[in-house]
Design a protein around this ligand. Structure first.
Ligand code: HEC
Length: 128
């Protein structure tokens, strides 16, 4: 009984920490410092891009970190075309995949390859 109460308290404290962490991120980093175009040029465009090297299994720790920061910026942007909910879902999945690479989680590379689907995102969100 006591143990149960304790773990509830711990859980509540953890939740509060998570919630306040999110709030401060949302207020301090709500504006992206790079445009989608810049992010694409920097990490996605071309056969030798950062994302291509990572997808081929050639990424190193520094590459993963750069990808994590680019995808974080991407998620902070708003799409010029398409639904914001769809954008949020895609960019957050991509960001989570990049974070998993940084953390060295098992299956992270496959997760990244799935999430970094150029066509799936462009067909909905890229204006031509
Ligand atoms: C989560 C969404 C998303 C994913 C995933 C994505 N892109 Fe993009 N990309 C965009 C959007 C949105 C634009 C349009 C940007 C604009 O011009 O405002 C774009 C534009 C581009 C451009 C044109 C940039 C320029 O110079 O104007 C290139 C090249 C590009 N993407 C390559 C890629 C490649 C290659 C991949 C996959 C490896 C990829 N993108 C994955 C969203 C995405």
């Amino acid at each position: 009984m006591n143990r149960l109460t304790l773990s509830h308290a711990a859980l509540a404290a953890a939740l509060i920490a998570v919630v306040s962490g999110c709030t401060s991120t949302a207020t301090s980093a709500a504006k992206p410092s790079m445009s989608v175009e810049q992010i694409m040029e920097d990490g996605f465009k071309g056969k030798e891009s950062l994302s291509a090297r990572i997808a081929k299994g050639q990424g190193n720790e520094a590459d993963f970190k750069k990808m994590a920061s680019l995808t974080k910026e991407l998620a902070l942007n708003k799409p010029s075309k398409g639904d914001l909910a769809s954008w949020t879902e895609k960019t957050q999945a991509l960001q989570a995949a990049a974070d998993s690479l940084v953390a060295g989680k098992p299956g992270a590379l496959d997760g990244f390859k799935t999430a970094v689907n150029c066509k799936a995102c462009h067909s909905v969100h890229k204006a031509d």
